[in-house]
Design a protein around this ligand. Sequence first.
Ligand code: ADP
Ligand code: MG
Length: 340
Amino acid sequence: QTPLNPEYTFDNFVEGRTNQFAYASAFAASEQPGGLYNPLLIYGDVGLGKTHLMQAIANNMLVHNPDAKIKYVTSENFMNDYINSIKTGTQEQFRQEYRDLDALLVDDVQFFSEKNGTQLEFFNTFNSLHDNNKQIVLTADQNPKEIPNLTDRLVSRFVWGLTVEITAPDLETRIAILNRKAEEENLQGIPNEVFNFIASKINTNVRELEGALMRVRVFADLHKTSINEAVAREALQGIGNDAPATLSIDLIQKKVAAHFNINQSDITGKKRVKNIVIPRQIAMYLSRELTDNSLPRIGKEFGGKDHTTVLHAIDKIEKQMTSDSNLQKEINSLKKDLRP
Ligand code: ADP
Ligand code: MG
């Protein structure tokens, strides 16, 4: 049994486009445990907030009912408890412990893969809880249907209730998360450009985002300076999507213009027609992804545009890529061209 982290609450969780469905489902399950969303299964890559949301369910249930019997374990905890109970002949006790509950939360069920004995035991635990309308919450690092060597009947139970995916946060959400973390850490007066810089450089997951902010903070402390964009840039050198110094914004503009059969002056110009605006936004996006230039700097090289325009462009392209696989392919091939 792992203790709950009291910081993992719904209040401390920043909602964004890529996690709001998971957030809403988790919140609903915690308000009405054993109700519609049973089991609730949240899946997605590492560092995207699955454990946070799962524990938020427990913490919120305890707010409503401090006596609620809730068990939070990793799937490995479950397995070890089960094995121990066999060794020590205390299986009855084990079963009671896992079935006499209001809610059972099992983190990272992908580790059940190949553990057939544990899977069978968990199947029985699951059924017992579910039959009694007790809430079950599960997380996994991928869609349970794709976890190898998980028995079909277990998979079918896992997706009985509601299955929701969390994907990597978009730029706006990353900036919001950094703001929230800075607030939580009592870091005051960090300029917005610093948040923008970190968020555009680290586009993988929230844990790395937190790590980057921490790194900038430690770096500033060591150098006895306040946090600004130059400091952040130095602190995060070689981290995140860093670019070779040789790749210039100019070259990106030329390549993108050639690819879309328009002129480079269109890319840096002000025309608002669609067949120019989109290549322009793609070029801005690639400049941020593939070079080390700041947003204001990129804006400048695109005909003196404001950094918020650049931010907007990056965000728009990121969003569009998640729903438009052709655009994604196009951008990936441009990237490969630019940085083989
Ligand atoms: P996972 O279980 O998916 O690997 P975690 O729940 O451990 O990810 O999240 C990693 C870190 O990121 C934790 O410190 C968590 O609080 C934080 N985190 C993740 N998503 C968010 C979010 N949307 N808002 C605030 N913090 C978040
Ligand atoms: Mg986790």
